[in-house]
Design a binder for this molecule. Structure first.
Ligand SMILES: *Cc1c(COP(=O)(O)O)cnc(C)c1O
Length: 364
């Protein structure tokens, strides 16, 4: 079976050496040496400051809402967010007691359409949570302008945007905070893991306490906290994956461009803004109809290839999130989209057979 995403497997001897170090120090967590080392290396690799490593990308979002004073205040609060994203963007809001208010996406970039946001603002809106979906840049200028005009915070779910640059600078530097997921299937990973990049150092310092139960000294608990710490074993994996990022990106870029060459004439690809340096993390395609997308997915599956209807369904349709208003653009894209397998070791042969299966089906 050819999977949609295959976790990147770094050099195992190197990982063993990091684990030897963990054994020697007998230190597994609580801001250990490897977590500190990975923090520094990621800040420099990504071109960001104020990066905090956490246990996963969902906790990254939850801690960001808390650290910016949005959730945990005992007040009814709403956040504007996108219906076209992974469930965790919206479920983390709801879990934190913030009502997600969905705003429709742009039909070509598939990110939040800034023109639709302002009509949805109420007295209770405190936050905007856009997703840089598939690593594409949201309209950051327009979103940040709306936020400052209405005194709202912005937290970008940048789980897909590891290493993406916009106009020569890290995309992660936009908003009051940006969050990353380091789940095994993501471009850069630590098995499970995540990070928050804060604009302001005070917010980073508050979040550091929050992820360790609010404990700040041997006999000192300053405030309410939770456990969201990254462990040394996770950091060891991250350090190894980071060392091989360049080769990983080179292979993925080759896969991505081969798909583009084979499919861009006949299928809709994601439109990206001028000045975006992409990370080749996903290859989504939009078919002419839902029927066609479903048929292609079935034929690929019969031939041992797992393409996923990703992201489907549009999140406002999920009852557990409590939304009631349809988002037609998101529903339309979600109904016709498939993500094709992309990972560093996808062979030329396998990719050609995927392209041929799709092309044959499109002609049928
Ligand atoms: C993967 C992902 C998350 C969740 O991250 P985990 O590390 O799996 O908790 C959140 N948002 C988006 C957009 C994601 O793709």
């Amino acid at each position: 079976m050819i999977q949609l995403a295959k976790p990147y497997l770094p050099n195992r001897e190197k990982l063993a050496r990091y684990i030897d170090g963990i054994y020697e120090r007998a230190w597994f967590t609580n801001n250990g040496q490897l977590v500190q080392e990975l923090t520094k290396r990621l800040e420099s690799h990504l071109g960001v400051d104020n990066l905090l490593l956490v246990a996963n990308g969902t906790l990254a979002l939850q801690i960001a809402y808390r650290a910016l004073g949005i959730s945990g205040q005992g007040k009814y609060t709403e956040a504007i967010t996108t219906p076209f994203t992974f469930i965790a963007t919206a479920s983390s809001l709801k879990w934190e007691g913030i009502d997600p208010v969905f705003s429709d996406i742009d039909p070509s970039t598939w990110c939040l359409d800034p023109k639709k946001i302002e009509t949805l603002l109420t007295e209770q809106t405190r936050l905007i949570v856009p997703t840089h979906v598939f690593g594409n840049a949201c309209d950051v200028q327009a979103i940040d302008r709306i936020a400052s005009e209405h005194n709202l915070k912005v937290i970008y779910d940048a789980s897909h945007a590891f290493g993406v640059k916009y106009k020569g600078e890290s995309l992660l530097n936009y908003g009051d905070a940006a969050t990353l997921s380091f789940h095994a299937t993501k471009l850069f990973h630590t098995g499970e893991g995540g990070a928050i990049i804060f604009k302001h150092k005070e917010d980073l310092e508050r979040a550091k306490k929050m992820i360790n139960f609010g404990i700040t000294g041997p006999e000192r608990i300053e405030e309410l906290g939770i456990n969201a710490k990254m462990s040394e074993l996770q950091a060891a994996m991250g350090l190894c994956v980071l060392d091989e990022m360049e080769e990983n990106l080179k292979s993925r870029s080759a896969v991505w461009h081969r798909y583009e060459q084979a499919l861009s004439q006949t299928l809709q690809l994601q439109a990206k803004p001028e000045g975006l340096e992409y990370n080749y993390s996903y290859f989504p395609v939009v078919f002419n109809s839902e029927e066609q997308a479903v048929r292609v997915a079935a034929i690929l599956k019969e031939n041992g290839v797992l393409a996923r209807r990703y992201f489907h369904p549009s999140l406002e349709s999920l009852e557990c999130l409590g939304a009631t208003i349809d988002q037609p653009v998101s529903q339309d894209v979600a109904s016709r989209i498939l993500c094709l397998p992309i990972f560093d070791k996808l062979s030329l042969h396998d990719q050609q057979s995927i392209n041929n299966l799709i092309k044959t089906e499109l002609k049928a």
